[in-house]
Design a protein around this ligand. Structure first.
Ligand code: FES
Ligand SMILES: [Fe+2]
Length: 334
């Protein structure tokens, strides 16, 4: 199992949406640790997915009377991992399954592997603001190390190369003013750019966009925000969950300011658009992960526009960030 950076090891992480839990056990993984979630008698339980008897996966079992039943010899465990029944015996076993803390917070199910975890992360205000239509788009884990997945979302440059015609009009960069601020718990970049860099679709839907923001919050949150003259009109908030060393699950919430267009129509449009963008990102992240594997590890070097890279690295490792402010200008190559 990987040696996890301190900021992740101490943190709370989402592992599922409540709606994914029905009357069957649900397998999940967090930081290489196989977990099983189920609805127990007194609430949702998260246990290590390993029966203490002969190590069968409890997630392959079933729920009976609020207990989880192992598929191999039928031992049953409660939500705290205590053995409550041994099939064919009046005795119960003393051996317990490790149970983890579980919290339902901001529409997600969270847990932690730490004995003394950091505070529960707060999500950006738009995700719970009644003035916004918000929805979570459930996505499966993807092949990407968590730092690479975070950097991919918050990095502004790859959009010209990976998403021309979608997020950017073409591969040509346009003069963009970047105001980059580092705070103890994260960093943000404010982008002021000319309309020429936007796709016609963006000009239509974001006609009065003034600035956009990319924000990173340690250890594993990113928010992309678009503002117009009235303030935030759209945002994408993502909590990245470290599934394994090379797998990351994004929990993504899309928020748009309430208006005349019904929420369902915006949702359809957003998913149709982002499905294409996401496919391009996931293909590249997989290539990147495959490369790191082929070459036996990472050998990353920071370029002049990689402002977020070192900050993400420090945030994942639980290191406080040195407050700083930098102004950058993306040069016009059009
Ligand atoms: S392995 Fe679970 S009851 Fe035997
Ligand atoms: Fe992208």
């Amino acid at each position: 199992m990987a040696d996890w950076p301190a900021g992740l090891a101490r943190g709370w992480h989402p592992v599922a949406y409540p709606h994914e839990l029905d009357d069957k056990p649900l397998a999940a993984r967090l930081m290489d640790r196989p977990l099983v979630l189920f609805r127990g008698g007194e609430g949702i339980a998260i246990l290590e997915d390993r029966c203490p008897h002969r190590n069968a996966p409890l997630s392959a079992g079933r729920i009976a009377g609020g207990l989880i039943e192992c598929p191999y010899h039928g031992w049953k465990f409660d939500r705290l991992g205590r053995c409550r029944y041994v099939a064919g015996s009046r005795e119960v076993a003393k051996h317990e399954v490790r149970s983890l803390a579980v919290r339902e917070h901001a529409g997600l199910l969270w847990t932690t592997l730490a004995d003394q975890p950091d505070a529960m992360p707060q999500l950006p205000p738009e995700t719970a603001d009644p003035g916004f239509d918000s929805f979570w788009w459930p996505l499966p884990p993807s092949r990407a190390a968590i730092g690479d997945a975070i950097e991919n979302l918050v990095d502004p440059i790859h959009a010209y190369f990976l998403h021309p015609g979608l997020v950017r009009r073409s591969r040509e960069t346009h003069a963009v003013e970047i105001d980059f601020t580092v705070e103890p718990a994260g960093a943000s970049a404010c982008y002021t750019e000319p309309k020429e860099g936007m796709t016609s679709l963006q000009r239509l839907t974001e006609g009065s966009r003034t600035v956009s923001w990319g924000r990173y919050r340690a250890p594993a949150q990113v928010q992309i925000t678009f503002e117009d003259r009235q303030g935030v009109h759209a945002s994408i908030s993502v909590v990245f969950s470290p599934v394994s060393g090379e797998e990351t699950r994004p929990f993504a919430c899309f928020s748009t300011r309430r208006g005349r267009i019904p929420a369902w129509a915006k949702r359809m449009f957003i998913i149709a658009f982002h499905r294409r963008v996401l496919a391009q990102d996931l293909d590249m992240l997989k290539l990147q992960a495959d490369q790191c594997e082929r070459f036996g590890g990472r050998s990353y070097h920071q370029g002049p526009l990689d402002m977020f890279g070192p900050v993400i690295w420090a945030g994942l490792n639980g290191r406080p960030l040195e407050p700083a402010r930098r102004y950058l200008r993306l040069t016009d190559q059009g």
